[in-house]
Write a new protein. Structure first.
Length: 70
């Protein structure tokens, strides 16, 4: 039997985390697109890119079972 509660939790978390990663990447792009670019804006853009990359890598870690300790 399908556990619909667990299915909905997984669906909501996966859609939410995907939206968060895309939003972080888009914010990083927007911060780099501002013409009078300041050092703090560039640094914040790279922080957005780094957090988005770490989120994507964590998702890959969760998907691949051979990366988990037995």
């Amino acid at each position: 039997m399908i556990d619909w509660g667990a299915f909905i939790v997984v669906a909501v978390v996966s859609i939410g985390s995907a939206a968060a990663i895309v939003a972080l990447f888009a914010c990083g792009l927007r911060l780099l697109a501002v013409e009078p670019r300041r050092g703090a804006m560039s640094a914040l853009a790279y922080v957005c890119f780094a957090v988005a990359a770490l989120g994507a890598l964590y998702g890959v870690y969760l998907i691949i079972p051979s990366l988990h300790p037995a």
